[in-house]
Design a protein around this ligand. Sequence first.
Ligand code: GRF
Length: 188
Amino acid sequence: MKSMVVLVSGGGTNLQRIIDCIGTAEIPNAEIKLVVADRECFGLQRAEKHGIKNVIIKRGKNFSQKLTDVLPENTDLIVLAGFLSILNKEFCERFPGKIINIHPALLPKFGGKGMWGHHVHEAVLKTGEKESGATVHFVTSGIDEGKIILQKSFEISPNETVESLADKVHEVEYSIFPEAINMVLKDY
Ligand code: GRF
């Protein structure tokens, strides 16, 4: 049985998707041992509802150390599912190839500091991109710079808004995140 820890900061619909996929065995032989949030958020309630251990570690200087302290032994994969704090270099280097993130655009475009949530979609529309999508990638100390695991795109329509784009990106995320998790877990 593979063991995951999921990190969230928001609504946690991707967390919910992972929980559901474990339930249906679309993600087979895996469990979420712990959900960590860096603030009060609905993602924590989702964990609670499904009987998954959950904890808040407020963002701040010692965040990465505190996270290390609560990580269950033998964690196979750390999954960032809408997590807005930065993990420090030491943490990223301690778990090479074991931390993955989902990003709401087609990296390497529209990544890096400040590129999260609606900021990403606004930038995509402003630049007049023809397509957007989502990317699952390994986490390294460079923000959004780790190796890409899986990416899926769609065409932007002429009347696209930040909201409609966010909805489309979420749908893509629900399809590629479980697949990427399976790809990575298979290699352990
Ligand atoms: C997703 O769009 C993800 O790409 C980004 O944050 C959002 C989280 O959404 N990193 P949710 O909390 O899973 O609904």
